[in-house]
Design a protein around this ligand. Structure first.
Ligand code: UD1
Ligand code: UDP
Length: 332
């Protein structure tokens, strides 16, 4: 093929939800001969269970470049990603930089690209919680402000962008890539051994399937505030007396729970429907398998709100607002 006709798209990912969102896009891009892809992993999430496990479950090709960034304060994380990405952009010279979601890696990559005068495409543009205390909200606003192409997942996003003065020819309502991944994976995410691994086999002695709730928590405004965290924990202990709660614990939350001296009642049996069972973060297929059979999900995760909507599982969103109003108007 004439190299002049090749469209070079450099995608940047860094966190768990980014991997889930980029998977279907990489698959589609691979089918188009004129597109050449290059994948950069910033390193923002680096534990095996927060990173590699998703590449394996979702069949994502290994990144072409890994940046050595990892955790840090917002400014150091964003600044380091920008500095590490600059030479990669200058070497690879992409026609477009593709970013997904609302995490620090998303904003950092968008800023690095715009400074290198490379057009930016943002997938999951336009979402707004109208809560600027959320780090993700400023990431969304700033990424959208510098992006050239804005791909929007739900109608509220189009309205928000219009209100912010984004020209109609830059925004496209395209649907939700996280749900594309979900739809592709649900048939394979029916993994009884996943539930057994979580100790849910005890109830398999009874004729009815095990009843349990699922909990995820990681939003900074909740888990980094000891009073709020304690309030939620106390409520969960009460609910845990009614129905077992499976709680795959995000690394940020694990640290905060340890700081607060909170522990799950691991010893208690599920037959007695007691307690909160804390486990390490689950792989995607394990988590979907768990989620789809849950009696209810309690979460502050953006992606999980959307997934429960599609899976038809009741979801209690443990937040005062959501940037995904469709999960309230059409959700569960
Ligand atoms: C980030 C995103 C958040 C997103 C979430 C998805 C930002 C500002 N926040 O939050 O929007 O919903 O990812 O899960 O970008 N850590 C580990 N191992 C890891 C990753 C993190 O131990 O693999 C620990 C580190 O101590 C780190 C802390 O978790 O300081 C927080 O990680 P960070 O990536 O800064 O933010 P998240 O809370 O993961
Ligand atoms: N998820 C997972 N394992 C877990 C918890 C969540 O695979 O133990 C998946 C979940 O199905 C969803 C995504 O992670 O697809 C959501 O990511 P997260 O909650 O970390 O971030 P957010 O969506 O809030 O940005």
């Amino acid at each position: 093929m004439n190299r002049k006709n090749v469209l070079k798209i450099l995608s940047v990912v860094g966190t768990r939800p980014n991997f889930i969102k980029i998977a279907p896009l990489l698959k589609e891009m691979k089918r188009v001969p004129q597109i050449e892809t290059f994948l950069v992993h910033t390193g923002q999430h680096y534990d095996r269970e927060m990173s590699e496990a998703f590449f394996e479950d979702l069949d994502i090709p290994a990144p072409d470049r890994r940046l050595p960034v990892q955790s840090g304060s917002p400014a150091s994380q964003i600044g380091e990603i920008m500095m590490c990405l600059e030479p990669v952009l200058s070497q690879y010279q992409p026609n477009v930089v593709l970013v997904v979601g609302d995490v620090n890696s998303t904003l950092a990559a968008a800023l690095a690209a715009v400074k290198a005068r490379i057009p930016v495409a943002h997938v999951e543009a336009g979402l707004r919680s109208f809560d600027r205390t959320m780090p993700e909200e400023t990431n969304r606003i700033l990424t959208d402000a510098v992006a050239d192409l804005l791909f929007v997942s739900e109608p509220s996003g189009m309205e928000n962008l219009r209100r912010e003065g984004i020209h109609a020819n830059r925004m496209f309502l395209v649907g939700n890539v996280m749900i594309d991944t979900l739809r592709r994976c649900v048939p394979g995410a029916d993994c009884p051994t996943c539930l057994t691994d979580l100790g849910l086999d005890e109830s398999s002695k009874t004729p009815t399937p095990p009843k349990y709730a699922v909990l995820t928590l990681h939003r900074q405004g909740l888990v980094d505030n000891p009073q709020r965290l304690m309030r939620v924990w106390n409520v969960m202990e009460e609910i845990g007396n009614e129905i077992p709660i499976i709680f795959p614990v995000h690394p940020r939350t694990r640290m905060r729970l340890e700081d607060a001296g909170l522990k799950s009642q691991r010893g208690k049996g599920f037959g007695n429907a007691e307690g909160i069972r804390m486990v390490a973060p689950l792989s995607y297929l394990q988590f979907i398998s768990l989620q789809r059979r849950a009696v209810m999900v309690m979460t502050d995760s953006g992606g999980v709100q959307e997934e429960t909507t599609v899976l038809g599982v009741p979801c209690l969103t443990l937040r005062e607002n959501t940037e995904r109003p469709i999960t309230v108007t059409q959700g569960t």
